[in-house]
Design a protein. Structure first.
Length: 366
């Protein structure tokens, strides 16, 4: 007999958690390639023995995995591994992929470089052949440059007029970190609004007297650009939801040029009179801010707490090491390949996927 005081210690296994447990087992086996070589899913009776759950639970899990595009069915109702995971299946040879960066000599954004590096490092596991191509919208890559490639990833600022013709040429096309205003039909983006929320919640715990949001903007001195606007909105939402007043938040769009930006940061720091939380909307601005705080004799994190964005290599080397937000580049790379493999299996498939940034906590946050 169990008394009421003991009931909370007894795990309750519901049908839902059983189904999710079977889904987790099968997802791992599919993604690892254990069930991907010939594309056939074992009979439900064998799956029941394999996973150790009842047959009805296995059926429910297969239906869920079909919705998630981990499995598909034949006209006779047989379950198969979705083609996007059948890397060794006949007809699914290595995907020849062009990673198209917007620049002249190198990828301008270090984060995009890290995503590309993840694709390059894991090309055997992703079953891809990948090349980095560089160009600009004003000096477009010739169509002949992309002829050898079946798939294309457009990194950063490539607009719809450049995107659409590639689709018409039967290329598998997706985008990475494209602005919302470009309205591209498929791609993997950073959830900048959520990133702002995470920063806001981090400062709610430390309760600074003042909050300063600052970052470079092409629309200086009036407005943020789109990405920073989303981060600022997310920050405000989290801050207000925790019952904090909006009156303590000040926003400072900064010049893009380095010297004028540094001068503006020095003015902002000189005006600090009480403990302040700074959310710098990029790591370069955050590192400039750390320098200005040091020069002013302010202690970090006692007098000022600082969070950046992008988790650049310089963030960990800053003095003190800079807390920063960043999505996992490996996850971004995996989502890109997942999209392209799904397009390959399902012509006409388009989807925009958002990846949430995580906070890398370091000494600047306390």
């Amino acid at each position: 007999m169990h008394y009421l005081g003991q009931m909370s210690e007894i795990p309750i296994i519901t049908t839902q958690t059983q189904t999710e447990a079977v889904c987790d087992i099968l997802r791992k086996k599919i993604q690892s390639g254990e069930l991907s070589n010939d594309g056939k899913i074992p009979a439900v009776r064998k799956l029941e023995e394999m996973v150790g759950y009842p047959r009805n639970t296995v059926w429910r899990a297969l239906l869920q995995l079909k919705e998630e595009r981990f499995v598909t069915t034949t006209p006779t109702g047989r379950y198969l591994v979705h083609p996007r995971f059948r890397h060794n299946h006949e007809g699914y040879k290595a995907l020849k992929l062009a990673f198209v960066g917007n620049g002249n000599m190198a990828l301008a954004n270090p984060f995009l470089q890290r995503v590309y590096s993840c694709l390059e490092t894991n090309k055997d596991g992703f079953n891809i052949e990948i090349d980095l191509l560089l160009g600009t919208e004003n000096k477009k890559l010739c169509a002949a440059d992309l002829t050898p490639y079946k798939a294309v990833i457009l990194a950063a600022s490539w607009s719809f007029p450049f995107f659409k013709p590639l689709q018409k040429k039967n290329k598998l096309v997706t985008s990475l970190a494209a602005p919302l205003s470009y309205h591209l039909p498929s791609g993997v983006r950073i959830d900048n609004f959520h990133g702002g929320e995470v920063a806001g919640m981090a400062f709610c715990e430390s309760e600074p007297k003042k909050i300063v949001l600052l970052g470079e903007s092409q629309y200086y001195p009036d407005n943020w650009h789109e990405i920073f606007e989303l981060r600022a909105l997310g920050f405000r939402r989290a801050w207000l939801q925790h019952g904090n007043p909006s009156s303590v938040i000040t926003e400072y769009p900064l010049p893009e040029d380095l010297l004028p930006r540094m001068r503006e940061i020095e003015k902002i720091v000189a005006a600090q009179e009480e403990p302040t939380g700074y959310f710098a909307l990029s790591d370069p601005t955050a590192i400039m801010l750390l320098s200005a705080l040091h020069d002013r004799g302010l202690r970090i994190p006692q007098d000022a707490r600082v969070i950046g964005f992008d988790d650049s290599p310089e963030a960990a080397e800053a003095d003190p090491p800079l807390a920063s937000l960043c999505p996992d580049p490996q996850t971004m790379a995996e989502r890109l390949i997942l999209q392209l493999r799904t397009m390959e299996a399902e012509p006409g498939y388009n989807k925009v996927t958002y990846v949430k940034p995580r906070l890398i906590e370091r000494a600047s946050l306390g």
